[in-house]
Design a protein around this ligand. Structure first.
Ligand code: PLP
Length: 383
């Protein structure tokens, strides 16, 4: 990109002409490229009927995009319809080993992880929660106490969807590995906004999707599983796209793939793949590291503005412990979201806070508009 962010790319997102968009933690703004991808899906449907070979090709295109994004190999990536689908399949195959029968989860998890992990209790798994500290981080010493020789898995979220707190992922992975436990990292609130390298992290499993900072739409997600762990895991939650050879149409035995495809299920989410691949290609062109740097400047500017108008931020102040989303405490989150929406500033409520999330297309003017909006509606701020 010759011009700096965000001006080099803002015209690709028509919504930005009509609103200040701070909802990327919920869904990224629609780009011209993703709209064109959906149109291509309809044209292909109309012109080609049921192009199954193309669909399988597209599923592989999504897999290779996810692999490149994470610095993984394609064999380590399952293309799924949601984080729920991939993680459910993973946990169905992790087994309930007598010696390690416990899952430790942070209190910052999304309900996807909470629900699936607690469902394992029906099969005899023990689940232990690690609560947050008053500084809105998951304390490493509490995690260290919980992770023991019985622990099979530690589930952590990269950036918390409720408050924007960013986990010290490297430190948790070290703790878990020292105790012989695996780590499942939910990166949905980070992928596309924060560079992720599974090799340098040495993480075991990572899940995420295209809906937010990867600029795609709902219905396309991934599960990464480190290559050396694949032979140890045989999911019982499965589907025909998990078969070692889907073209065999085999109905006589269960013969899952020896790659991470074993975590896949049924017919791929074809329309979402068109959109997701276009979104990932766009983020590839824009650059995730550049986006992270740009967003760090915007969030610093926002924090200065919040201090100026007396708004209380819930997200940790330490730049290492926050990502692209800053949560601000309110006295009535729905009223604040509605008041800002009247001013064409789009935010989302969560847990008494409003969430302000920033992406490659947001500008310094957007930040100033949000700060001015918060000041205008300061009756809804918690002091
Ligand atoms: C951290 C996190 N995990 C998971 C999800 C969604 O999971 P699923 O794909 O199962 O709907 C979200 C948001 O939608 C999220 O913010």
């Amino acid at each position: 990109m010759t011009q700096a962010l965000p001006h080099s790319i803002r015209d690709r997102f028509p919504l930005l002409d009509r609103a200040v968009y701070t909802n990327s933690c919920s869904q990224g703004a629609l780009s011209n490229e993703v709209r064109a991808a959906y149109e291509r899906y309809l044209t292909d449907w109309d012109e080609k009927g049921a192009p199954w070979d193309l669909w399988v090709e597209l599923n592989e295109a999504a897999r290779s995009r996810f692999a490149r994004l994470l610095n993984a190999s394609t064999d380590e990536i399952a293309v799924t319809t949601s984080v729920s689908a991939g993680v459910s399949s993973l946990l169905s195959g992790l087994g309930h080993r007598d010696s390690r029968n416990k899952i430790v989860i942070s209190d910052f998890e999304f309900p996807t992880i909470g629900q699936i992990v607690h469902a394992q209790e029906l099969l005899g798994t023990k689940v232990e929660h690690v609560p947050a500290s008053p500084d809105v981080t998951i304390p490493l010493d509490r995690l260290a106490e919980s992770i023991d020789t019985e622990t099979a898995l530690v589930a952590i979220t990269h950036v918390c969807f409720r408050n924007g707190s960013k986990t010290d992922v490297e430190a948790v992975i070290d703790l878990a590995h020292e105790a012989g436990a695996h780590v499942l990292l939910d990166s949905f609130q980070a992928v596309g906004a924060v560079p992720i390298d599974v090799r340098s992290l040495d993480v075991d499993f990572v899940a995420g999707g295209t809906l937010k900072y990867l600029l795609g739409s709902a219905g396309l997600a991934f599960l990464y599983c480190r290559a050396d762990l694949l032979p140890q895991i045989t999911p019982t939650q499965t589907g025909w796209f998990a078969d070692e050879d889907i073209f065999k149409m085999d109905i006589h035995d269960y013969s899952p793939s020896n790659t991470a495809s074993k975590f896949e299920s049924g017919t791929p989410p074809v329309p979402s793949i068109y959109a997701g691949v276009a979104g990932m290609d766009l983020m590839d062109e824009i650059g995730i590291a550049e986006t992270e740097r740009h967003v760090a400047t915007l969030t610093e500017q926002l924090i200065e503005g919040l201090d100026r108008v007396g708004a209380r931020m819930v997200t940790p102040r330490d730049p290492e412990r926050r990502g692209p989303m800053i949560a601000v405490s309110t006295s009535d989150e729905r009223a604040m979201v509605a008041a800002l929406a009247e001013d064409r500033i789009l935010t989302t409520p969560r847990d008494g806070n409003i969430r302000l999330s920033w992406h490659c297309y947001n500008s310094a003017e957007d930040v100033e508009a949000v700060v001015a909006g918060l000041e205008r509606h300061s009756r809804f701020l918690a002091r």
